[in-house]
Design a protein around this ligand. Structure first.
Ligand SMILES: CC(C)(COP(=O)(O)OP(=O)(O)OC[C@H]1O[C@@H](n2cnc3c(N)ncnc32)[C@H](O)[C@@H]1OP(=O)(O)O)[C@@H](O)C(=O)NCCC(=O)NCCS
Length: 334
């Protein structure tokens, strides 16, 4: 069901009397079931067998990662969810309202409408006019992420995909690795593993690591979280399933990358995690092509100098300008 929630679009195949029809639909996950809505003209779909499918591409694997000449190993990694069952019409206005309200909360979380309710006269007509169908059936999930690859191939392919790059490769490859349930050796270190992209759902862990640092005293947790979610690159290190180091960069893939919010959990300093973290961030497809990588620091100059960073003094005629938009917390903007 997660995929239906995430993508918001799926294909529905309904077995009609005159044969199968396939339609793009907007699935609604509500109370553990999956629902569809549409015009009443489709009311005859109720009682018919149907299949609902959503797919997500996780990687397009080029053949040369497996064989120097043969095109045959080229493949696509994906995950898909399918519900096969019978369509049932939801007739109770209260249940219809609850289903449609779930959809609104998922896709219009900012509000801006009167909550759907069967008691609200404004919605009496629309609720009667809309068709809501439930697809009764168990979801099945298919995952193809190279889980059958021999260990050396798994290393070569995952690393090769990272090096090949492409928009969004960080999140998709991380998801493939997690779904495969095997972290390649090049992303492991004694006692832990590296994350090519920290999953959005774990932003709270990253905020906890950087919250009290001197550069964040003026920012609210919500602003720091938004900054992580909006960053081009956001890598992390994990030990025993806990995020112990995080770093992010805003990068344009050409001229520059700017590194921010670098932190290793305090009791783990001096173990080489910071070096590993920055190395991974610098290898990010959007960062590694940049002419320069910059950052500001108050106390970690020695750390960055060891990693190849040099002090930069702007030319005297260079003026930095800023237009302040918002100040989301107490303090001053640095
Ligand atoms: C700065 C920080 C990320 C370094 O992480 P770390 O895991 O302790 O660093 P590493 O163990 O990988 O150290 C790599 C090298 O840098 C050196 N180093 C680490 N911190 C240093 C510092 N503050 N000053 C000088 N050298 C430092 C280490 O001795 C090591 O040197 P070596 O390879 O020659 O032995 C970590 O100390 C931290 O989170 N600090 C608090 C937050 C912070 O200041 N972040 C940076 C803001 S821009």
């Amino acid at each position: 069901m997660e995929l239906f929630e995430k993508l918001g679009l799926a294909q529905l195949c309904v077995m009609r009397e005159d044969g199968p029809v396939v339609r793009p639909v907007h699935p609604i996950v509500h109370g553990g079931g999956v629902y569809l809505h549409g015009r009443r003209g489709h009311a005859d779909w109720a009682g018919r067998p149907a299949v609902l499918v959503a797919q997500e591409v996780l990687a397009v694997v080029p053949s040369w990662l497996r064989h120097p000449e043969r095109a045959c190993p080229a493949t696509t990694w994906f995950r898909s969810t399918e519900v096969r069952g019978t369509l049932v019409e939801v007739v109770e206005p209260a249940e219809k309202a609850a289903v449609l309200q779930s959809m609104m909360e998922r896709w219009q979380p900012e509000g801006g409408y009167r909550p759907l309710s069967a008691e609200d006269p404004m919605y009496a007509g629309p609720l009667q006019g809309v068709l809501v169908l439930r697809l009764d059936g168990e979801p099945t999930t298919r995952v193809k992420v190279g889980g059958n690859l021999a260990a050396p191939d798994w290393e070569r392919v995952t690393r090769g995909l990272w090096e090949r790059g492409g928009n969004g490769v960080d999140g998709r490859l991380q998801l493939a690795i997690d779904l495969a349930g095997r972290t390649p050796g090049w992303l492991t270190f004694p006692g832990g593993r590296a994350l090519l992209r920290v999953p959005d759902a774990r932003v709270g862990e990253a905020v906890a690591l950087v919250r009290d640092r001197y550069w964040n005293t003026m920012w609210s947790d919500a602003t720091v979280a938004a900054a992580h979610l909006g960053s081009t690159a956001w890598v992390g290190l994990e030990r025993d399933g806990e995020l112990v180091a995080t770093a992010r960069a805003v990068a344009d893939g050409g001229k520059l990358a700017y590194v921010m919010d670098v932190a290793v959990r305090d009791d783990l300093h001096g173990e080489g995690l910071g070096r590993r973290l920055i190395g991974l961030l610098e290898s990010h497809p959007a960062v590694r092509g940049c002419a320069w990588i910059g950052l500001h620091t108050r106390g970690a100059q020695g750390f960055y100098r060891r990693l190849g960073y040099a002090d930069f003094t702007p030319p005297p005629d260079r003026v930095e300008l800023r237009r302040y938009r918002t100040l989301a917390g107490p303090g001053t903007l640095g």
